[in-house]
Design a protein around this ligand. Structure first.
Ligand SMILES: [Zn+2]
Length: 137
């Protein structure tokens, strides 16, 4: 069954993915849930009945499959600096030849998405769009 995220459940405190500190500052990845079917007993005979019987019903329940991935604010800031520095240094190179740096571009884009760096994400998505254009030509 497909895993899904829940917006109705707040992320609880977790350990920062980088330094291990307790935090819920930045949610990189929400917890994943799945639905499962369980049989619940809705009615049963009392203990003294001669013929014991049981009525069951199938219900859909939800359980957590993976915990949320979180980062504390100082690690988030550090990662932001790293990404900004990397882009300052390499962005022109990536833009000139996006195919060559295909996997690097994807990794950095995913980081920007997960850590929620909107400015950098936009710039990375631009690289992906020019990569797609040149493939279609
Ligand atoms: Zn941290």
């Amino acid at each position: 069954m497909a895993l899904f995220e829940r917006d109705d459940v707040a992320t609880v405190y977790g350990n920062c993915v980088t330094c291990g500190r307790d935090t819920r500052s930045h949610v990189l990845e929400k917890a994943k849930y799945e639905e499962y079917t369980a049989e619940v007993v809705t009615a049963r005979s009392d203990d003294y009945a001669n013929n014991s019987w049981e009525e069951t019903e199938e219900v859909t329940k939800v359980r957590k499959v993976t915990e949320a991935v979180v980062a504390c604010h100082s690690c988030w800031l550090k990662r932001h600096e790293e990404v900004k520095e990397m882009m300052l240094k390499d962005y022109q190179k990536w833009e000139a030849s996006p195919q060559t740096y295909f996997s690097k571009i994807h990794v950095v884009t995913e980081i920007c998405h997960a850590y929620d760096f909107p400015v950098e994400l936009k710039a990375m998505r631009y690289l992906i769009s020019i990569m797609k254009e040149s493939v279609n030509q």
